[in-house]
Design a protein around this ligand. Structure first.
Ligand code: HQG
Length: 182
């Protein structure tokens, strides 16, 4: 990915997940913006997008962070929002276990409170431990937690899977978390 794509992707993450107001962009209740509005409003921001550049970012993004509507007229972030939007995801049966990558400095707090969503809409869980490792490394010395998702589901807790394959839930109580031995 070239530099322009990376900068555009970061800018699109900012305005589609957190600060659409920064460039005067309007998202609908489900987080969709018109591609034409994103192009026009980007003139108020640090990266000047074109429709072609947006399509490149969607196609080349390493985590498929952005989704276009089938007619290509609308775009939204697949997950990771801090602003209040309804991703209109349907609750799904999770796999038996999922993983959460975090940093060692958070472990004592997680043992007490469980996994909380903080600024995001959901707690994010990964399908495989490699992905969780990469998520954890962003915060410090990584620790991979195993989450007993099937037990949670049996206990009536809901799970959602985002358009880019990240599993989402509201809160993970400590009793459903397996911590590594040391
Ligand atoms: C931790 C990236 C103390 C939690 C990734 C994490 C992901 C607690 C941090 C997505 C805690 C929040 C989300 C507690 C949770 N006490 N710390 N009780 N409960 N934490 O960035 O999961 O690049 O908001 O373990 O790939 O790291 O943005 O969440 O370390 O999918 O597309 O608090 O972001 O995707 O950090 O990452 P974050 P996350 P994007």
């Amino acid at each position: 990915m070239n530099d322009k794509i990376v900068r555009s992707s970061k800018f699109m993450s900012l305005v589609l997940r957190h600060r659409p107001d920064k460039i005067g962009l309007i998202l609908d209740a489900n987080g969709w913006a018109k591609v034409s509005d994103l192009v026009a409003c980007s003139k108020n921001g640090s990266v000047h997008l074109t429709t072609e550049l947006i399509h490149d970012v969607v196609a080349l993004n390493d985590k498929q962070r952005f989704v276009l509507s089938p007619d290509g007229k609308l775009i939204r972030a697949a997950q990771g929002h801090s602003i209040s939007i309804d991703l209109d995801l349907i609750a799904q049966e999770p796999p038996q276990i999922l993983y959460h990558g975090t940093a060692s400095r958070f472990i004592s707090s997680i043992r007490e409170q469980g996994l909380i969503k903080g600024n995001r809409h959901h707690v994010h869980l990964s399908l495989d431990s490699d992905t969780a490792l990469n998520v954890g490394i962003r915060h410090g010395k990584p620790v991979i937690l195993t989450i007993l998702t099937q037990e949670m589901s049996h206990d009536g807790i809901q799970f959602f899977c985002s358009d880019n394959g990240v599993w989402l839930t509201d809160w993970v109580e400590p009793k459903y978390i397996q911590f590594p031995e040391n």
